[in-house]
Write a new protein. Sequence first.
Lengths: 115, 115
Amino acid sequence: DGGITQSPKYLFRKEGQNVTLSCEQNLNHDAMYWYRQDPGQGLRLIYYSQIVNDFQKGDIAEGYSVSREKKESFPLTVTSAQKNPTAFYLCASSTQGRGPGDTQYFGPGTRLTVL
Amino acid sequence: KQEVTQIPAALSVPEGENLVLNCSFTDSAIYNLQWFRQDPGKGLTSLLLIQSSQREQTSGRLNASLDKSSGRSTLYIAASQPGDSATYLCAVIPMFSGGYNKLIFGAGTRLAVHP
């Protein structure tokens, strides 16, 4: 089946730890995105990547880092510098990041809780 | 700065009712507008995408309209069913978004359809 997978589904982090969220897609999409969702709010863009080995900051990139070494994978690291990391994290992909008409396809999400 | 607002924030209706969800955006310079569905704790599923040159799109019992000049879109759900219960999110891609698919989301409308 083609699609986007995220792991783990639930993640718990202690204060001061870095954690990495996985996102993999087998849709052969060039562009990938990371969003954060807080209760009662819309999604906010953290980072995006239009092509392998290239990525750009979104609206709320502080305290996060990403890499794009493979087309299929776009892991997100939540660092200890992120002051309020408890949230629901969603990964998405689209055929290309430059066209305005591309639909973004979303993964099932990872819920991160800081203990 | 583009902002997207959805009204109402929550809606509870009996099964069988026709209902309308509203979305407004502050800047009419958009490429397209999308409606998504999100089930609790899950990712987003794209329902309808309306290009800026279009006025409406239909899929089954769903009909979405777009009035770009007034900055409004509505999602019409006919003959609602309990399975329609979910959060519905509206998102736009601004025209001047740096050449990539930057989705700006509303906070969503949480719909409950009771038997």
